[in-house]
Each structure stands twice: as C-alpha cells, then as structure tokens.
Design a protein around this ligand. Structure first.
Ligand SMILES: NC(=O)c1ccc[n+]([C@@H]2O[C@H](COP(=O)([O-])OP(=O)(O)OC[C@H]3O[C@@H](n4cnc5c(N)ncnc54)[C@H](OP(=O)(O)O)[C@@H]3O)[C@@H](O)[C@H]2O)c1
Length: 327
C-alpha cells in the first residue's frame, strides 16, 4: 500500500481508504462491519472515514460510528480516524450546524460512540452559512488544543470558503483545514474547475468520495436492466436516485469504453476509477465504500496501479474535456 501525506501535515494515510457511509447500520451490520475493518487493515488501509449522521437513514440511529467503535476495539491505534459533524442529528434548533454549541456536543457524542478519546481528523460535514466562520474556526482550534482532535478538515466546501477559513486561522494562529472532501470521480468532475487547483496551490489534501459512483464505476449496473438483487441500489432509494442522475445513456457509453480500457490492461473498472484519482498528487486518499471484505481488499489492491502519463492522457481522451483536465 502507498501512503500519502494528509494535506500539508506529517501524518501518512493509505492511498485507498474505507468509508462507512451509505450502508453501515443497515446492509452492513455489526458483524460485517468488523469483517470489513479487519480486511481493510490486512490490506494496509489505515484511514477510515465516518460521520455522526452515517447509519441514520435506516431508523434514525447513528449506527455507523457505533459499529466502527466496536470494530476498532484493540486496533484503534493503527487507524487514522476521521469523522464529521454539522449535519442535523436530533431535534431542536441547535442540533445541527457549525456553531460552537453544536460542534462541541457533536464531537463528544461521536467520541462516545467511537469509544475513543480523540479523532484524528475532525471535519465540518458541509458549509454552514448561518454561523460566522470565526466561531467555527475558533471552536475547532479549541478542540485541537483540548487533545480531542488532531487535525481538522472541511467537506463539500467551495474553494473560497476553505480559503477564507484558513486565512482567518492564519491571522489568529489557529488550526487550519488540512483537507477537504468532495464528490469526485470519472463521471463527476466539477471539482476540477476550482477546488482542485485551489487544493494544489494551498496544499490542502483532497479526499474524493463516491470514487466508485455508488457502484456504477465498479461495474455493478447495466443500462436497461434492474439493479442486481444483492446491490445497494436494490436496497436503497438514495442509491437509485444517484443512478438516475449518473446512469445516463452517455455515461454508460463512457463506462463501456473505460471498462474495456481497464480490461485490456488486466484491471477492472473499479481499479481504473481508483487509480485515475490517485494519478492526481493532491489526492491524499481515495475513500471507497464496500459492502464486503472482498470489495475493500480489491479496492486496496487498485492503489498498486500507477497510471503513467500516456495512460492518464488516454483516459482523459475517453472522458472528453468537459469538467476540465487532469494534469
Ligand atoms: N463528505 C461527504 O459529504 C461524503 C458524502 C458521501 C460519502 N462520503 C464518504 O465516502 C464513502 C464512500 O461512498 P459510498 O460508499 O457511498 O460510495 P462508493 O465508494 O462510490 O461506492 C461504494 C459501492 O460500490 C460497490 N463496490 C465497492 N467496491 C467494489 C468492488 N471492489 N467491486 C464491486 N463493487 C464494489 C459496492 O456496491 P454494492 O454494495 O452494491 O455491492 C459499494 O457499496 C462513504 O462511505 C463516506 O465515508 C462522504
């Protein structure tokens, strides 16, 4: 496994990592979670991504952190653990947001569920336009100083939002965002317009999510056919909505070409989806979801495929120039 710097920090994370969104707490139960984490560790994965709201889409309970806390028993010190707060969890006007009130409560609750005394990367799940940036960044600084958080990151932020937050942090000598998470994959390249150049210029590590487009880029779905019975789309309305948006006729043509390109080189489409993201140096780790130990092991192996410059150019040619270019 290749290890990369987490943004501008000294800590190293596996180039491929495990995400616990989507299915943990439902399709991925307590036992499966343990097996997937064990397989991830065996494969050299050391970054695991979660969030306080993951798992709530089944029966409202934040089960992903709970299952992860149990699965990390005895192996916590081998993991760079990332979680997130900000999205609504519970009732009332303050049960969401990047306010000091909510973030401090949210982190304490995450620590309890994760059975740990600190998280390594605490991320603001999405930009909260109603809370002053100073309040959020000062709170994060306090959480770092308390020892409960090692590094801080953003998620779903625009470049100017990260930039303004980090400028504030620099002005006051507070902790800065070292990473950001964004929806980025072979079929969704909006991040290339502003976020990616910003991350390169300011050494903010990019953590792409939906790298496999919910399974579309892992060859799980075919045009005109119902989702396989054992797939996430068969079980999950959110995934069906995602497929409705990205499973377009044009995208299936592209997927066909990419699958053939990978096959000719002895790889799968999922390998290519991961390797292509890793060809971008500012990507710190590619977050991948998995519903089995075998899937996460396969995703980890994909990190071994280093696309050379001509391969990267060939893939760009298949994708076309829309969405920018990946240099
Ligand atoms: N920051 C944010 O706002 C944000 C938002 C979304 C996600 N995330 C993070 O990103 C992570 C990944 O997202 P995700 O799990 O939703 O989507 P994903 O990684 O794009 O897709 C995962 C799905 O792809 C299929 N798959 C994975 N590996 C495979 C393999 N080797 N072979 C065949 N199929 C394979 C599985 O589908 P089946 O289960 O159908 O087999 C799996 O459920 C989340 O867990 C979360 O940690 C962050």
């Amino acid at each position: 496994m290749e290890y990369r710097k987490l943004g501008g920090t000294g800590v190293r994370v596996s180039a491929v990592s495990l995400g616990t969104g989507g299915q943990w707490g439902g399709r991925v139960d307590r036992g499966a979670a343990k097996r997937i984490v064990a397989a991830a560790l065996d494969s050299g994965i050391n970054y695991i991504d979660t969030a306080n709201i993951y798992g709530t889409w089944y029966d409202g309970k934040p089960l992903a952190e709970e299952f992860l806390g149990l699965a990390l028993e005895g192996v916590r010190e081998r993991i760079v653990l990332g979680t997130k707060g900000c999205q609504r969890l519970g009732d009332g006007p303050n049960a969401w947001g990047a306010s000091r009130y909510n973030l401090m409560n949210a982190l304490e609750a995450s620590l309890r569920r994760l059975r740990t005394d600190h998280v390594d990367l605490y991320q603001i799940h999405l930009y909260d336009p109603e809370t002053p940036m100073e309040e959020t960044m000062r709170t994060l600084e306090d959480l770092v100083r308390s020892g409960k958080v090692r590094y801080i990151g953003s998620s779903q932020y625009q470049a100017w939002q990260i930039c303004t937050c980090n400028d504030l942090a620099d002005r006051y000598g507070w902790a800065r965002f070292v990473t950001t998470q964004a929806h980025y994959n072979l079929l969704e390249r909006e991040a290339e317009a502003e976020l990616l150049p910003f991350c390169r210029a300011r050494n903010v590590g990019l953590l792409p999510y939906f790298a496999l487009a919910n399974g579309l880029l892992a060859g799980r779905y075919s045009p005109g056919e119902p989702p396989p019975a054992d797939s996430r789309a068969a079980a999950f309305e959110r995934t069906r909505r995602y497929l409705g948006r990205y499973g377009t006729p044009a995208n299936y043509v592209t997927i066909g070409k990419l699958t053939e390109y990978a096959r000719q080189r002895g790889h799968t489409l999922a390998d290519l989806a991961i390797a292509w993201l890793l060809a971008e140096p500012v990507v710190a780790t590619v977050i991948t979801g998995a519903s089995s130990a075998e899937q996460i092991a396969a995703n980890a192996r994909a990190a071994a495929w280093k696309l050379n410059a001509s391969e990267a150019a060939e893939v760009r040619a298949i994708l076309g120039s829309e969405g920018g270019t990946q240099e």
